[in-house]
Ligand binder design. Structure first.
Ligand SMILES: Nc1ncnc2c1ncn2[C@@H]1O[C@H](COP(=O)(O)OP(=O)(O)O)[C@@H](O)[C@H]1O
Ligand SMILES: C[C@@](O)(CCOP(=O)(O)O)CC(=O)O
Ligand SMILES: [Mg+2]
Length: 387
């Protein structure tokens, strides 16, 4: 049997980092996806290994099922319906399984993703042989939630092949899970994110699972309904960074300056709530849209200032801000910061010529610009098209 799942990346419009400390954040799915295919070999394939092929990185890893059973203490088939965290013992065993693979130094960042894979796979399917293929349209480690999209797509594909997946196998094309299954996917993906991020808020896996635009606080999501056309230019500074390290650095600053940081997080909470209220309020005409866009731009700038206070800025982000401000456009980082991707609000009445000019100027600084669809579909599953 074989299945393919896809899960979207995301942008955070307001509230990254502060959301880890209990503030509200606003996020939206984008139409760039990570795809995960899972196939169990037939007995005639005579294949006794768990294999993962990361196509974009041209990396193929393989573990004999006997080796997995030997080192992993918590092999859990029939555990699919109760997501759990990796124990210290399992984490050590997984680290030893990865060490044996001699991953090239250039791809060493992928280790946490592979750890998450081994935890999710073995928790849901034990040491059953399988071939997993992963591709992604998302840049990895750039703030667009590739880690969550990977964990969500992986969890979805694995659960679809477990007893917990109550799906129509004859359905052609992409189909959605029901609410109970979506909740389970989200919980497993959160366990994967914990392995990659250390202390995730859960916003990335939640928006990747459910799609749309959401307000998120302390594990609770509220769907944002809007008829406002929001357009963002996403600039990838191509400066590599690591969410786990940045989240940890904000927590350290919070320990050093707890009262002050509480005020910063409080201010971010207000920004996110105001932003969500503006986006949700009905739009009547162009004038109303322009007024709203001005307010959203201002809130983005305020949020950027507070992210700076948290210590997650970067000179490349400053360069994007300096460039876009010349065109009177508002910009903030998205995701963990420290480089990565930056959002610039493109007002509805902004001419295409200005968009072209600002894009050309940003790209001449070595950045990569893109405009993605915002607020689209969450994770989906398909039983055709396995390659
Ligand atoms: N397609 C993928 N295959 C394997 N691992 C992945 C994949 N996408 C993301 N990851 C893991 O997630 C890490 C990046 O996550 P993170 O630092 O949170 O940045 P972001 O989520 O913004 O892309 C990668 O270094 C890797 O460990
Ligand atoms: C910084 C944070 O708010 C978002 C991280 O997003 P990303 O991994 O940089 O795409 C962390 C989190 O909410 O778990
Ligand atoms: Mg991430």
């Amino acid at each position: 049997m074989e299945v393919r799942a896809r899960a979207p990346g995301k942008i955070i419009l307001a509230g990254e980092h502060a959301v880890v400390h209990g503030s509200t954040a606003v996020a939206a799915a984008i139409d760039l996806y990570t795809y995960v295919s899972v196939r169990f070999p037939t007995p005639s394939d005579n294949d006794d290994a768990i294999k993962i092929h990361l196509k974009d990185l041209a990396l193929e890893l393989s573990w004999p099922v006997g080796k997995i059973a030997e080192v992993l203490p918590e092999l859990g088939s029939n555990a699919a319906s109760s997501p759990r965290s990796s124990s210290l013992e399992s984490s050590k065993a997984i680290a030893s399984l990865i060490e044996d693979q001699n991953i090239p130094e250039a791809n060493i960042g992928i280790t946490s993703g592979i750890s998450a894979f081994l935890w999710l796979y073995t928790s849901i399917h034990g040491n059953k042989p399988a071939k997993i293929v992963v591709t992604s349209e998302l840049p990895l480690g750039s703030g667009l939630g590739s880690s969550a999209a990977f964990c969500v797509a992986l969890s979805a594909a694995l659960l679809a092949l477990s007893d917990s997946g109550k799906l129509d196998f004859s359905h052609q094309g992409w189909q959605m899970f029901g609410d109970t299954e979506l909740e389970l996917v989200n919980k497993w993906a959160f366990e994967g994110e914990k392995i990659i991020h250390g202390k995730p808020s859960g916003i990335d896996n939640t928006v990747s699972t459910y799609g749309n635009m959401i307000k998120f606080r302390c594990g609770e999501l509220t769907r944002i309904k809007t008829n406002m056309p929001l357009k963002m230019l996403i600039t990838n500074t191509k400066v590599g960074r690591n969410t786990k390290a940045l989240v940890a650095s904000v927590s350290e600053r919070t320990l050093r300056h707890s009262t002050t940081m509480a005020s910063v997080f409080n201010a971010v909470d207000s920004i996110s709530n105001e932003l969500a209220a503006i986006i949700q309020s009905p739009v009547s005409d162009d004038l109303a849209i322009t007024e709203k866009e001005e307010k959203i731009g201002e809130l983005m700038e305020m949020n950027q200032g507070l992210l700076q206070c948290m210590g997650v800025g970067h000179s490349s982000i400053e360069t994007v801000i300096r460039t876009t401000v010349k065109y009177k456009l508002s910009t903030k980082l998205t995701g963990a910061g420290g480089g990565g991707c930056v959002l610039t609000l493109l007002p509805t009445l902004l001419s295409g010529t200005v968009v072209d000019k600002v894009t050309a100027e940003l790209e001449s600084s070595g950045f990569h610009c893109l405009i993605a669809g915002i607020g689209g579909r969450g994770m989906e599953i398909s039983f055709s098209g396995f390659s």
